[in-house]
Design a protein around this ligand. Structure first.
Ligand code: SAM
Length: 245
């Protein structure tokens, strides 16, 4: 695929996991440039349909929250709220720490922690992390309020009332591919069941962007395919609700 929006292959080292963003053993991440491209493709679709935002975003398989945190730092001005869930409570805990970096208090706490580590160990990597934290703080501009960020543990393949009444403009998720992370679900058709759960959460003008393994086709009677992007081992499928006009 060719990038349409994140055209420059920038250096995203400020986003490296464990530098400012928190890391945890076994956590997966997501390429920052691709996250930015997907967000901007979603935004272009929404704007074209008259939804100028700011957008309510949700990732139902959020892992450590790298995808959402990257989008939050890079595209803050277009985002109203960020909601994240995952079946794994340890992933939710990491996502919640990573999303906290999008708030003024969370980023300050992280800077304090890195300063302390630098005081104790004096490593150059700590100074580099402090410089990155400062750059991320400038990049985000106006930080998110804690109330605009939500993180919770939930199986995305089961119907639930947890978000009933809420609607999202953009649902974006990097689902388990099977090589590093498997679905944790009783369902024989986890993607199908997840889409059943997500469709009622779609705002009238909204988009669903699902990243899956490149050989996994996403087909569901309650969604219409808008397009797809293939990149290496991944495929991103862009969908709208079949109810959308
Ligand atoms: C590829 S990882 C997502 C990584 C994430 N995009 C990030 O930026 O860190 C897929 C995630 O799906 C989660 N998962 C597996 N089964 C799930 C289920 N039934 N419901 C919700 N999440 C699930 C895994 O725990 C894992 O965190």
């Amino acid at each position: 695929m060719s990038y349409q929006f994140a055209i420059e292959n920038e250096n995203y080292e400020d986003f490296a996991s464990g530098r400012v963003l928190y890391n945890q053993h076994g956590a997966t991440a997501f390429p920052v440039r691709l996250a930015s491209e997907l967000f901007q493709r979603g935004k272009a679709y929404l704007t074209g349909k008259g939804n100028d935002g700011p957008y309510r975003i949700y990732d139902p398989c959020c892992g450590g929250g790298y995808l959402l945190a990257s989008i939050g730092f890079l595209h803050r001005e277009y985002i109203e709220t960020i909601t994240a869930s995952d079946v794994d409570p340890a992933a939710v805990e990491l996502a919640s720490r990573n999303l906290s970096l999008l708030t003024a208090a969370g980023l300050q706490a992280r800077i304090g922690q890195i300063r302390q580590m630098h005081g104790s160990f004096g490593k150059d990597s700590h100074l580099a992390a402090l410089a990155s934290a400062e750059k991320l703080g400038k990049l985000i501009g106006e930080p998110f309020s804690p109330e605009s960020l939500e993180c919770f543990a939930e199986d995305a393949t089961e119907l639930s009332d947890r978000l009933s009444g809420q609607h999202f403009d953009m649902i974006v998720s990097d689902v388990p591919y099977g090589n590093q992370v498997e679905w944790k679900s009783e369902s024989g058709d986890p993607v199908g069941h997840m889409l059943n759960r997500l469709e009622p959460l779609m705002a009238p003008v909204s988009i669903l962007i699902l990243v899956s393994a490149k050989d996994q086709k996403i087909d569901h009677d309650r969604f219409r395919k808008l397009g797809q992007i293939k990149l290496g081992k991944r495929r991103a499928t862009l969908l709208e609700s079949a109810e959308a006009r």
